[in-house]
Design a binder for this molecule. Structure first.
Ligand SMILES: [Zn+2]
Length: 119
């Protein structure tokens, strides 16, 4: 999906976008013109539940175990077991899922999401 660009109604410059839920604030870097609109992003309207499943990893690092322990709320031994066997670690709305996969990526943990995660 291509990102829409907004042009300043005063001078035509492409405006900066700041997303302050649920408003989109457009401000012109050239003349300072400001517009606030309401925009719901697709992810905000998605009420499906997504499940994150870790891909099995035989030798997780301490850091990776810590992260999984934080997400799942179980202790280190259980968390290590989850990583080694590759199990579901989270189920929830897409905004939460997005947050968690950001952390998983940082820690180089492989995962899959079902249903397919479009964000
Ligand atoms: Zn302008």
């Amino acid at each position: 999906m291509e990102k829409r660009k907004y042009n300043c109604p005063e001078c035509g410059t492409i405006m900066n976008e700041t997303y302050e839920k649920p408003s989109l604030i457009l401000s012109c870097p050239k003349c300072g013109c400001k517009i606030a609109t309401t925009r719901w992003e697709e992810i905000d309207l998605d009420d499906k539940e997504y499940e994150i499943v870790l891909v099995a990893n035989n030798s997780p690092t301490l850091d990776q175990i810590k992260v999984v322990s934080n997400i799942t709320g179980v202790n280190f031994i259980k968390s290590k077991e989850i990583i080694v066997t590759g199990k579901p670690i989270f189920k929830g709305n897409p905004i939460q899922v997005k947050d968690i996969i950001k952390t998983l990526k940082e820690k180089l943990l492989d995962y899959s999401i079902s249903p397919e995660f479009p964000y």
